[in-house]
Design a binder for this molecule. Structure first.
Ligand SMILES: [Zn+2]
Length: 75
């Protein structure tokens, strides 16, 4: 039986589905980071020990905060 293959959403490279790959469906951490927009964010300093899911959820919350308009002060 052949292994199932998936296409990396970032570089569209066909790869074998590897359940030990923490970056799937991306082929690598780099492609995953590109998809998350981390490269455009200037800060590509992600601690290796921190899990990617923690990073992305924190990132999202931060962006939501920034996007929220400051309500005018009511007197
Ligand atoms: Zn890729």
């Amino acid at each position: 039986m052949s292994k199932p293959t998936i296409k990396c959403p970032t570089c569209e490279k066909q790869q074998e589905w590897d359940s030990s790959n923490p970056h799937r469906p991306f082929c690598s951490e780099r492609c995953k980071m590109i998809d998350l927009g981390a490269w455009a964010n200037e800060e590509y300093t992600i601690p290796e020990s921190k899990s990617a899911s923690d990073f992305s959820s924190g990132e999202l919350e931060e962006q939501i905060d920034k996007d929220q308009p400051i309500p005018p002060t009511m007197h």
